[in-house]
Ligand binder design. Sequence first.
Ligand code: OSB
Ligand code: MG
Length: 368
Amino acid sequence: MKIAQVKLYVIQMPLKSPFLTHLGAVTHREGIIVKITDHDGCFGLGEGVAFSTPWYTEETVVTSLHMMTDILIPLLKKHRIQRPEEAAQLFKSVRRNNMAKAALETALWDLYAKQRSTPLSVILGGTRPVIASGVVVATDSTANALNQIEQYLEAGYQRIKLKINPNQDYTFLAEIRKVYPELPIMADANSAYTLKDMERLKALDEFNLLMIEQPLAHDDIIEHAALQKEIRTPICLDESIVSFDDARKAIELGSCQVINIKAGRVGGLSEAKQIHDYCFANHIPVWCGGMIEFGISRAHNIALASLPGFTIPGDISASNRFWEEDIILPEVQVENGYIKVPDAPGIGFSINEKRLKETVLSTRTFQF
Ligand code: OSB
Ligand code: MG
């Protein structure tokens, strides 16, 4: 792919309002923007989606920088590659660190698509001209949640995801259902429960949730299979699926009926596409998850979600869901519940250089 340079930008922005889960609050977001330039000056963009602290996965911004600087970029320097899948294969010699891998691999996908003057969605096998948009409500009171839901429905979002935990689940969902008896809602527990909560979880069946996401441990697929036998609500796995093999085993075991695919969590778009293809062949619906990300990762998500198996509205919201001003141009917009899949080459969005300057904390450059 004739790589000439890799540049990393660590950026930081405050969220418009805190994102609250039982695991803590996200008030500011650090991220890593990756720019990979070829010998002709063509460049691809990626985004590292690890958080500042290891609350969602074990990675952090600092561990991602270390992995890219000292391990992954040297691997790319040593082995010249023809396609992005070869980078994914090369990175398999390194255990985990999926978000660091994905930051580079997704930039290579954008570069590969741009070198061919083709939209990334087309390169990946996407078939949808628009994708359905859902949004996450992550707040600490029912009143705030109802308020946010009203705003999001007005903005056109098709589906609402609510964060739940054993301290508020039943009463919280009952209040929401009283106001919105028919609204497509799902609940994400981020591993707040154990099998001891079986009766609590069974009781949630009455709310007709589209699904319950990751109720049990972040690394479990065994107990989720036991739980799925006891509850009617479909289980969707997020944290437990960090590879294609995890997805295959979870489906074989009956641990879930739906999978949330995040390129960052699984090490890039090659692995994400493989999981999609397997789920599509096995009639397991998938949707694209979110990471409170900036516009570059959002753009990659849009391309990914254009694949035919993404039949459920994902956590792909507009740039203005989290940010006063995003780092891409144009910003991602939701119109009548849908986001248009760009038809420009690559991810189809460009960097907002002014915003990048305002938010950058540090940069590193690697010459090939
Ligand atoms: O569990 O899906 C999750 C955000 C950060 C980390 C994990 C999760 C989330 C979200 C979606 O719930 C956020 C979004 O809309 O970007
Ligand atoms: Mg989740």
